[in-house]
Design a binder for this molecule. Structure first.
Ligand code: MCN
Ligand code: SMO
Length: 801
């Protein structure tokens, strides 16, 4: 059942599930007391700098190092005991790339680390780098994904048969459904290459703990346990000899869910020299040599009836994969997500899709908030608007013809996604009401006094979240997520420690997971401590990505607390001298039902177990007040959060400038643990989506040189570009998860490019402009679109009337 509300705290839930509890983690950040890798001090610490390739594709002919720095400069050949990073998928056709910790033999992108130097300060390390001389021999550069795809020799990876990492094909009843079409609509779309630009870049500090005989790695990572696994493998250490701690992390967004080369290099230094080393990525390194994302190219053909009902879709998706496949998700993740999620919230039944990930001479492609779904939402939602134009209906009317309806739920779609619950059409109708689409149409009729053009755009999307074992198994990634575990331990004074293997780097889990525990055990949120991000203290988890932490680890927290509850009640009942069935829990106290005055505290129960065992019942559970429980949802194909977003924009036809006048969201992530956190996540995601839509691009020239190397040329949205957003919630519980909650951390970032392009294209119809379909939507491109007018040959009728 879908319930609807503005996100108010539910009655009677002071701190539990559904309450707007302020985030516990904010105080330390607001007071500058966070603990980031760059804050750490350690005696004898060496800082590391990397010599990076100035060329995109070249053979390394010779390297000469000045004698004065010989002892502190490292090349690949000095690291014989360090393995390359190999991230292979078992998908058919997959070609394997081995990424060396430092380039060996040749370089494959500008910024690829070729050597590293260490010194007491970063400045001295950079000076040492200056004293290394490398002779390069140019190789043909693949800066364009289509040129790379058709190359016949001198591939990015020389042993390959071509430059294609992997090709995925889907064909579900395409011909049968396409054959019924009355209207055929073709479009091309493209998303630019982008960086992630978290406030904190890569950061890693590693040292050898002689007492524990362990390599200890502090890394700004989302996935500490996986980093431990792969570092041990690459460095040929026992896993027991490696401890990875992810401290405070200044945003991650997917950039930090993979093993980074520099992480491996610094860990190798600490293992080899048995002393501390650190690397902090600077902004230029991030923008030029850090990972890339988002670059997808679409060629779409829609087959529809005259009402705009989509019958079949034919898509070619090309992903510019960069030079190396990243561990553990591989470059297979992006095409895998694209081919599977392109149908989005729609119910059509004919589908054909060819998706390729192609190797080019650019940094590797890394998951970024939304992972392919930002691209596929852009493609399918622009297509919906194009169909609407073709059949002469409103874009929302066409969507309402196509959205999966609530009575069809649960719905298995054309790519076998198990859409679990929700009312997609209702979310769209509500968004239209909030944005006042009818009012915008009237305004367009009247015209604006300042001569600007008004437009309205919508997009509806699904966010597959917390997809688990079976989904990753089909992608054949080196690591497949399974059960997530949580440990819950009541402390001797009646507080609670919760340990999870995921990591919170802005998502507010220190608060929301405490709310889950509070819901079950009644312990105040202030007295619940979440321990996360330290492999030495927490149960294994593949970590935080795919909006999975709440469903998976949060689900495990719920289960662990539920497991503790009867043990606590049993002791409490004994202390109260009544049968366990008569004891009720509330606010960390246990009362005998019906007698308010007979109650004891959690502290008294905990004290009995830890400090006064002579008071315990004879049949007390010897496992005590600590438990570790593993959990995954009943169905592990993921839960599907969805939302409709809508915007009104004003376009200045003289300058090409666009202003967002209004932005609304109607989202449904099932039961919300904390509506305020959900809104914060949504707003942050939308800010990033606005960046994708209007500003962000890492352009490369024909030589593979990155052209945006500072924040003056890599544009980000700031406070003045991000409008106030109005958010409305639906809550349709997922049938598969604890509390019916669905993951939602990425969702905000999925729809904005689609919403804003549709809105701008709607505004520009008045002047007969060409449709814009390439991010970022810059003023220059708006003016170009106006100048070009709409290309007629892009559309046509399938059958003569
Ligand atoms: N939540 C809730 N009720 C729900 C769903 C979620 O209260 N029904 C809360 C959760 O308890 C959690 C937060 O919302 O506090 C996000 O939960 P979830 O959707 O499980 O996502 P994850 O915690 O797994 O976070 C990962 C996701 C991803 S994949 C990216 S990318 C991303 C994102 O979250 N990166 C972020 N949000 C980010 N936010 C910040 N500040 N920084 C990042 O790097
Ligand atoms: S890009 Mo999020 O870490 O899945």
């Amino acid at each position: 059942m879908t319930t609807e509300h503005g996100g108010a705290a539910r009655a009677g839930k002071a701190e539990g599930v559904g309450a707007r509890v302020p985030r516990k983690e904010d105080a330390r950040h607001l007071h500058g007391k966070g603990n980031f890798v760059a804050d750490m001090a350690m005696p004898g610490l060496s800082e590391v700098a990397f010599l990076r390739s100035p060329l995109a594709h070249a053979r390394i002919a010779a390297v000469r190092t000045d004698d004065s720095v010989a002892g502190c400069v490292i090349l690949r050949q000095d690291m014989a005991d360090c393995r390359d990073i190999v991230a292979d998928s078992t998908l058919p056709t997959y070609q394997s790339s081995a990424q060396p910790p430092l380039a060996a033999g040749k370089v494959r992108f500008v910024g690829e680390p070729v050597a590293m130097a260490f010194a007491p300060s970063r400045a001295e390390a950079e000076d040492a780098i200056e004293l290394i001389d490398v002779d390069y021999e140019d190789l043909p550069v693949y800066a364009d994904v289509f040129a790379a795809q058709s190359a016949t020799a001198e591939f990015v990876h020389e042993q390959w048969r071509d430059n294609v990492f992997v090709t995925l094909n889907a064909d579900r009843d395409f011909d049968a459904h396409a054959g019924q079409a009355e209207v055929v609509v073709k479009r091309k779309m493209r998303l630019a290459r982008q960086c992630m630009v978290p406030m904190e870049g890569k950061a890693v500090l590693a040292h050898w703990d002689h007492q524990a005989d362990q390599l200890v790695v502090y890394s700004a990572t989302q996935v500490p346990h996986m980093i431990r696994t792969i570092l041990a493998e690459c460095l040929e250490l026992d896993q027991g000899q490696v401890r990875v701690i992810s401290p405070d992390v200044g945003g991650a967004f997917g950039y930090k869910c993979v093993l980074q080369q520099e992480e491996l290099c610094v860990a190798w230094l600490a293992k080899t020299y048995r002393r501390p080393f650190r690397f902090i990525e600077d902004r230029r390194e991030h923008l030029t040599a850090g990972a890339n994302s988002r670059e997808h190219h679409y060629e779409m053909t829609a087959y529809a009836d005259r009402r705009g009902r989509l019958l079949a879709l034919d898509a070619h998706v090309t992903v510019d994969g960069g030079a190396y496949s990243v561990w553990p998700f591989t470059i297979g993740l992006e095409p895998g997500q694209a081919v599977g999620n392109l149908p989005g919230p729609y119910a059509f039944r004919g589908y054909r899709c060819v998706t390729r990930a192609v190797a080019t001479n650019k940094p590797g492609f890394v998951p970024y908030r939304g992972v392919a779904r930002t691209g596929v939402c852009f493609a399918i939602e622009l297509m919906m608007d194009a169909i609407a134009r073709e059949v002469g209906r409103e874009p929302w009317e066409v969507r309402l013809e196509n959205l999966v309806r609530p009575e069809q739920m649960p719905y298995v779609n054309v790519t076998n996604k198990h859409l679990d619950s929700g009312d997609y059409p209702a979310s769209l109708r509500k968004a239209l009401e909030m944005i006042d689409a009818a009012g915008v149409r009237e305004r367009q009729e009247r015209g604006e006094p300042d001569g600007r053009l008004i437009g309205v755009g919508v997009a509806t999307y699904t966010e597959q979240a917390a997809h688990g074992t079976s989904v990753f198994a089909t992608w054949g990634t080196p690591v497949i997520p399974g059960f997530d575990q949580a440990t819950a331990r009541i402390t001797p004074d009646g507080g609670l420690e919760v340990r999870v293997g995921v990591h919170s780097h802005g998502q507010g889990m220190e608060t929301t997971f405490a709310q889950i525990a509070n819901e079950i055990l009644g312990i105040p949120v202030a007295r619940i401590k979440l321990l996360h991000g330290d492999t030495g203290q927490t149960p294994y988890s593949t970590g935080t990505y795919a909006s999975r932490s709440l469903v998976m680890s949060g689900g495990a927290v719920s289960q662990a607390c539920k497991r503790l509850l009867p043990r606590v009640l049993h002791i409490a009942a004994h202390l109260l001298g009544v049968p366990a069935g008569q004891v009720a829990v509330g606010d960390g106290r246990f009362a005998v039902a019906g007698t308010a005055e007979r109650a004891i505290s959690m502290r008294e129960v905990a004290e009995a177990w830890y400090l006064k065992p002579h008071l315990l019942p004879a049949d007390v559970d010897p496992q005590g007040l600590e438990v570790t429980v593993g959990y995954k949802p009943k169905v592990d194909t993921g839960c599907f959060t969805y939302a409709s977003q809508a915007a009104t924009v004003a376009v200045d036809p003289a300058t090409g400038g666009v202003e967002i006048l209004d932005y609304v969201v109607v989202e449904d992530c099932g039961t919300m643990i904390n509506p305020m956190v959900v809104e914060g996540q949504t707003i942050g995601g939308i800010a990033q989506g606005i960046g994708t839509a209007f500003y962000e691009e890492t352009p490369y020239d024909a030589n593979g040189q990155p052209l945006a190397s500072t924040l003056a040329d890599y544009m980000l949205p700031g406070p003045t570009e991000v409008p106030h957003m109005r958010i409305h919630h639906f809550e349709t519980p997922s049938p598969h998860t604890e509390f019916g909650a669905k993951g939602m951390g990425e969702g905000g970032a999925i729809a904005p490019p689609a919403v804003l392009f549709n809105a701008v294209n709607d505004a520009l119809r008045a002047v007969g402009a060409a449709e814009l379909a390439q991010t970022p939507l810059t003023p220059y491109r708006v003016l170009q679109a106006i100048a070009q007018g709409r290309p007629r040959e892009e559309t046509g009728q399938a059958k003569a009337a």
